[in-house]
Design a protein around this ligand. Structure first.
Ligand code: ATP
Ligand code: MG
Length: 415
């Protein structure tokens, strides 16, 4: 692959490089943006790697943020206060599969040699327009290959996250994983247990978001043995609650990694909890699990209203799941929603206090009656008036025909 003379490096990044060079520090562009531009993909997020040590970078620039000084990374803020990462040439001294202790004062080539894949180990000098590519990353870009820099077994043992990064880049670019790299990855998948849930989750979500086809990423995670370690509820075997055919997720509208994960999992709550997702994300998963096998009749407003009342906030996720499975409930839900009917207790025009004013003692009976009234207005929203609902409430108290009132009288008998 012939290297282009120039890369579209933003003015702000050039200024940082010029400042470092003027202070006597060799400075290069590296990493994802160099790779993506060689592939013809837009990416202006150029990272800089430099001979300057973190304290030099902090001294040379007025505004910096110490992102990871121990690892040599300082963000330099440009005049718009946008951060640009500047990392000191470094070498890993000790590694334990998840963290590294690094040493500065090494050459660019040594810095490139500790990077993960050849396609990520290409450097471009933004002022001299020189290229440095000791591992033939450009050749691998042409061959469409993900290949570890140096000995793959060693590289994965240093940081098991690299296994997952290999899968992400393969699925994103439609590349093959070079055989020795693949074999080492599969042989060391057990090491993924060493990683923190946060790093695994970020890698998994980013992979799902950037893959050409998310199903391919899932398949790669399965084949390498990563599902078994971190996402066992997504593995094949006994039939899951998710799809028989993982490829169904490729039809998703907006790529939503939480939804994809929940959809594919036999136990979304457990999966999302293991990944240390937020409580609201775990709750989304739990709601999908609760509701994904009961669907409304989309042509019937009564059925749709009852369903919407039951699933609440999960409606949007469930509509998307139904659509993926070829069940179109979206129009029915949109039709009902645009009519704005009462769908929850708070939408009822009568309150618990008004029921107590009818003589119902404070306690579970109030809730039972309110739920009974909600059932009534879900069947017929025009009944959401004070007079209609108070009349129903009186009938329920005296053992009238509404279903919840029977429940209520049963409870009364027990008491
Ligand atoms: P993208 O940002 O598109 O996900 P990237 O290659 O820029 O891809 P970053 O995580 O931003 O990935 O890292 C920047 C560079 O740092 C990589 O290109 C690679 O050279 C190096 N790098 C990142 N993570 C690792 C790692 N775990 N092991 C070795 N090198 C890494
Ligand atoms: Mg990057």
């Amino acid at each position: 692959m012939p290297f282009p003379n120039h890369l579209p490096i933003p003015r702000e990044v050039l200024t940082i490089a010029e400042t470092l060079e003027a202070a006597g520090f060799d400075t290069w562009c590296v990493g994802g943006a160099v790779r993506d531009n060689l592939l013809g993909l837009e990416n202006k997020d150029f990272d800089l790697t430099t001979a300057a040590r973190p304290e030099d970078v902090q001294r040379v620039f007025k505004r910096t943020i110490p992102i990871g000084v121990d690892h040599g990374t300082v963000a330099v803020l440009d005049r718009h206060r946008k951060p640009h990462e500047v990392t000191t040439f470094r070498r890993d001294v000790t590694t334990d599969g998840r963290h590294a202790t690094v040493e500065f004062g090494v050459s660019l080539d040594e810095d490139l040699a500790r990077r993960d894949f050849t396609i990520n180990a290409i450097a471009h000098h933004p002022l001299k327009h020189e290229w440095r590519d000791p591992c033939d990353g450009a050749g691998d870009l042409e061959r469409k290959l993900i290949r570890a820099v140096g000995d793959p077994t060693e590289r994965f043992r240093e940081d098991y996250l690299r296994i997952l990064r290999a899968l992400r880049f393969a699925a994103r670019f439609g590349f093959e994983i070079e055989l020795a790299t693949w074999e080492a990855a599969a042989a060391h998948a057990h090491g993924l247990t060493n990683l923190s849930a946060e790093r695994v989750r970020d890698e998994w979500f980013k992979g799902l978001e950037t893959a050409q086809r998310p199903s391919e990423l899932v398949e790669l995670w399965g084949e390498v043995g990563a599902l078994r370690v971190w996402l066992q509820e997504l593995g094949s075997g006994e039939r899951g609650a998710g799809p028989d055919d993982v490829r169904i997720i490729d039809g998703m509208g907006v790529r939503d990694p939480v939804l994809i994960t929940a959809y594919l999992s036999r136990d979304p709550e457990a999966t999302l909890r293991r990944l240390r997702c937020s409580n609201s994300e775990i709750e989304r998963g739990a709601a999908i699990q609760r509701h994904r096998s009961r669907w409304p009749d989309p042509t019937n407003d009564v059925s749709v209203r009852h369903w919407m009342a039951e699933v609440g906030q999960a409606a949007a996720d469930l509509v998307e799941i139904a659509r993926l499975e070829g069940r179109d409930i979206g129009d029915g839900v949109a039709r009902v929603r645009s009519a704005g009917p009462p769908l929850c207790l708070a939408d009822l025009v009568v309150s618990g206090n008004e029921l107590m004013a009818l003589g119902i003692a404070q306690g579970p009976a109030v809730g039972d009656i309110l739920r009974g009234l909600l059932d009534v207005v879900l069947d017929d929203p025009t009944l959401n008036t004070k007079s209609a609902l108070l009349e129903r409430a009186r009938a329920m108290i005296s053992g009238g025909p509404a279903p919840r009132s029977r429940l209520l009288s049963e409870r009364r008998h027990k008491e």
